[in-house]
Design a protein around this ligand. Structure first.
Ligand code: R5P
Length: 289
């Protein structure tokens, strides 16, 4: 097996290869003077099992890189072709919210169906029940929940866990159940990508407690910031944030979150300075099965 690190995930791919004791090779990707993408493999792929690792943030060029590299790997005689997408972008576009819009998740799925298998971590499945509704090829949906649970056990004592919205149930509530701690899910309304309101609907003991807000994605950060503000009205001892995928697209919101929290932690599905939870072992285990 050769693990190939594409542009967005070289460090993670190297760690996965190390875990598997497999060969690692970075994909060469450059631009022609007119901006077109150029990709090149540096190893002989013939009859080898090839794993491409590429997280989809930033998503657009990364997607094209995967398509060029994937078809090239097939052309060069790869035996099995797997794709690891630690963060699966476009999955939140799971319906036509307004007339004329693209249902981008379905289209992305079609573009990637030529891989033999696609592995991803905590994809944002909301209206879709499973990845089968997006991809026709074999898929594996991994979760970082156990890694987050272990991280909390190591770093916190009797925290209270808060999920910002109903969708965060899959992470916040499940992790809380696993560590036997109190949890509550709040109610979020998103009026636009950057206008989010969060309400506390039921009683939760927050005063003087160490609160951990858990969500799958921090994108603009508006969801997390809205949640922090609501929680802070109830005078907690501290507020921390844990997310699987740390995107942080809005620097002003990010600074506000940083100012108002004891600690921000994410996994390394997307490289960022808070990525302290390593998913390489999780991915390596799944590749070795
Ligand atoms: C959506 O429901 C997700 O679970 C996250 O809450 C959301 O993607 C976060 O987005 P943002 O950081 O832009 O509020």
């Amino acid at each position: 097996m050769i693990v190939i690190g594409c542009s967005n995930s070289k460090t993670l791919a190297k760690k996965i290869a190390k875990n598997l004791k497999a060969e690692y090779s970075p994909l060469t990707a450059k631009h022609f003077p007119d901006g077109e993408l150029y990709v090149k493999f540096e190893k002989n792929l013939k009859n080898k099992d090839i794993v491409l690792v590429q997280t989809l943030h930033p998503a657009n060029e990364a997607l094209l890189e995967i398509i060029l590299a994937g078809y090239t790997a097939r052309d060069l005689g790869a035996k099995k072709l797997k794709l690891v997408i630690p963060y699966l972008a476009y999955i939140r576009q799971d319906k036509r919210f307004n007339p004329g819009e693209a249902v981008s998740s379905k289209i992305t799925g079609k573009l990637l169906n030529f891989f033999d298998e696609i592995i991803t971590i905590d994809p944002h499945l909301h209206r879709y029940k499973s990845l089968k509704e997006v991809f026709k090829t074999k898929t594996k949906k991994l979760t970082a929940n156990n890694l987050i649970k272990e991280y909390i056990k190591k770093n916190y004592k009797n925290p209270v866990i808060i999920g910002p919205d109903e969708e965060s149930f899959q992470w916040a509530k499940k992790i809380a159940e696993n560590i036997n701690t109190e949890a509550a899910i709040l109610e979020k309304t998103r009026y636009s990508p950057k206008n989010v309101k969060v309400k506390i609907k039921s009683y939760i003991g927050i005063k003087n407690k160490d609160i951990i807000i858990i969500d799958d994605i921090i994108s603009t950060g508006k969801t997390i910031l809205g949640t922090i503000k609501k929680i802070k009205e109830k005078k907690p001892k501290s507020v921390s944030v844990i997310a699987v995928h740390g995107i942080f697209t809005d620097s002003i919101t990010y600074k506000e979150i940083e100012k108002n929290t004891k600690r921000i932690t994410t996994t390394n599905t997307i490289p960022n300075k808070h990525a302290k939870i390593d998913v390489s072992g999780l991915i390596a285990d799944s590749l070795s099965q």
